[in-house]
Design a binder for this molecule. Structure first.
Ligand SMILES: NC(=O)c1ccc[n+]([C@@H]2O[C@H](COP(=O)([O-])OP(=O)(O)OC[C@H]3O[C@@H](n4cnc5c(N)ncnc54)[C@H](O)[C@@H]3O)[C@@H](O)[C@H]2O)c1
Ligand SMILES: *[C@@H]1O[C@H](CO)[C@@H](O)[C@H](O)[C@H]1NC(C)=O
Ligand SMILES: *[C@@H]1O[C@H](CO)[C@@H](O)[C@H](O)[C@H]1NC(C)=O
Length: 321
C-alpha cells in the first residue's frame, strides 16, 4: 500500500480526542509526525499521558489540549483560532466527539420525563447538538478556514465518524441512528469538494468498538454477548482513519491480516466501514453491515424490552409544561 500524502509536518484538529477512537486516531497522527489540537471537555488519564509525551516544542510533533464543549459555537471558533496560533496552517479536521443514546437525551425518555435534560419547550435535543450539529458546524468552519488560509497546494481533509448505525436501524437508539444516517449523507453530499477545491471529506463507519462509550456503561454492555459478539479496537479504527488521509487506495483487510485483498480508491465522499474487515459503503444497493464479524450486538432484546415497558406505563411522553 503506497502512502501518497504523509501526515508528517501537518496539523490536525480532533474533537473528542480525550478518549476512545478519536484518541487512538490522534495518537497515530502524533506518532507519524503530525501536530494535533485535542478539543474535548476533559482528558482521560490515557489521553493526558499522550499530551504530556508530545508537549515539547523541540519534538517532531506536538499535542495541545484545548478544553472545548462542542455544542458551544464560540468555543468551536476558539478551537480553530488556538490551532492556528499554535501550529499555523491546519490540514486535517476530525469532528469526532459524541455521546451514545444517553438517558438524558433519549428518544424513549422524551423532554420532560424524569431522566431527560431536554425540556419540553427547549426546542432542541442535546444529543443532536453534540452528535450532528457540531460535526456540521465544524465542517463549515474547516472549509472556510481551508479556503482562506491555504498556503500549500496539498490536499485538505475533513474526516467524520459515522457508524454501522448509518445503515442499521435500532429501536434502542433512534436518535443515534438518525445522526449517523445524517453524517453519512453530509459526507456523501460534500464529495465533489475534493475535485473542485482539494478538500476531501470522508468518514469511517465503525462497528462495535471497545471504548469507554461501552465499557463504562453497563446499561449498554448488556446488549453484548461475550464470545458471540466481537470487539474491534479503537486503534484499528484509527489506522483506517489515517489510511483515508495518507493513501489514495485502501485494502479490504486490516490488523493481523493486512496487506491482502482488493484495493478501494479513496476520494471525496468515501465511507469505509471498519469492523474486523474494511469495506466501502456504497450509497445505493449496498449489502449492509449485517453478518460481518465486529458488527453484531446480539442482546438488543434486553434493551427493547425495557423500551416496551416504558411505553406500557402511564402517559408516556406527556410532559408537564
Ligand atoms: N464505540 C463504538 O462502538 C462506536 C461505533 C460506531 C461509531 N462510534 C463513534 O465513534 C465516535 C467516538 O466514540 P468513542 O467510542 O471513542 O467514545 P468515547 O466516549 O470514548 O469518546 C467520546 C469523546 O467525546 C467527548 N465529548 C462528549 N461530549 C462532548 C462535548 N459536549 N464537547 C466536547 N467533547 C465531548 C467525550 O468527552 C469523549 O472524550 C463517536 O462519534 C461514536 O458515535 C463508536
Ligand atoms: C455544554 O454546553 C451546553 C450548552 O452550551 C450546556 O448545556 C452543557 O451543560 C455543557 N456541557 C458540559 C459538560 O459542560
Ligand atoms: C454521538 O457521537 C458519538 C461519538 O462520535 C457516537 O459514539 C455516538 O454513537 C453518537 N450518538 C448519537 C446518539 O448520535
Amino acid at each position: 500500500m503506497s502512502i501518497t500524502q504523509p501526515v508528517k509536518g501537518k496539523t490536525a484538529i480532533v474533537t473528542g480526542a480525550g478518549s476512545g477512537i478519536n484518541l487512538a486516531f490522534a495518537t497515530l497522527l502524533l506518532a507519524n509526525g503530525c501536530n494535533v489540537l485535542i478539543a474535548d471537555l476533559a482528558l482521560r488519564p490515557e489521553a493526558r499521558v499522550v499530551v504530556d509525551k508530545y508537549s515539547s516544542r523541540s519534538g517532531s510533533a506536538r499535542a495541545v489540549f484545548q478544553k472545548t464543549n462542542v455544542t458551544d459555537w464560540a468555543q468551536l471558533e476558539q478551537m480553530f483560532a488556538v490551532a492556528e496560533r499554535e501550529f499555523g496552517e491546519i490540514d486535517i479536521v476530525c469532528p469526532g466527539a459524541g455521546v451514545y443514546e444517553e438517558h438524558w437525551s433519549n428518544f424513549w425518555r422524551p423532554p420532560g420525563s424524569p431522566e431527560s435534560r431536554d425540556t419540553p419547550l427547549g426546542g432542541r435535543y442535546a444529543l443532536l447538538d453534540i452528535n450532528l450539529t457540531h460535526p456540521i458546524r465544524v465542517t463549515q468552519l474547516a472549509i472556510s478556514h481551508f479556503l482562506r488560509h491555504r498556503k500549500s497546494s496539498s490536499r485538505k481533509h475533513i474526516i467524520h465518524i459515522s457508524s454501522i448505525a448509518g445503515q442499521n436501524p435500532a429501536l434502542a437508539a433512534p436518535i443515534y441512528v438518525a445522526t449517523k444516517h445524517g453524517i453519512s449523507g453530509l459526507v456523501r453530499s460534500l464529495g465533489k469538494l475534493d475535485g473542485q477545491f482539494g478538500i476531501r471529506v470522508t468518514a469511517v463507519a465503525p462497528g462495535v468498538i471497545k471504548t469507554p462509550l461501552w465499557t463504562e456503561h453497563p446499561e449498554k454492555l448488556k446488549m453484548i454477548k461475550e464470545g458471540q459478539d466481537e470487539w474491534v479496537t479503537a486503534e484499528e479504527v484509527g489506522e483506517v482513519m489515517l489510511a483515508l488521509i495518507q493513501q489514495d487506495e485502501v485494502n479490504e483487510v486490516i490488523g493481523d491480516h493486512g496487506g491482502q485483498g482488493p484495493l478501494f480508491p479513496v476520494q471525496g465522499g468515501t465511507i469505509l466501514e471498519v469492523s474486523k474487515t474494511v469495506r466501502v459503503v456504497n450509497a445505493f444497493n449496498d449489502p449492509g453491515p449485517a453478518g460481518r464479524a465486529g458488527n453484531t450486538v446480539t442482546d438488543m432484546k434486553a434493551v427493547e424490552n425495557e423500551i416496551y415497558s416504558l411505553l406500557s406505563g402511564d402517559g408516556w411522553g406527556k410532559a408537564k409544561l
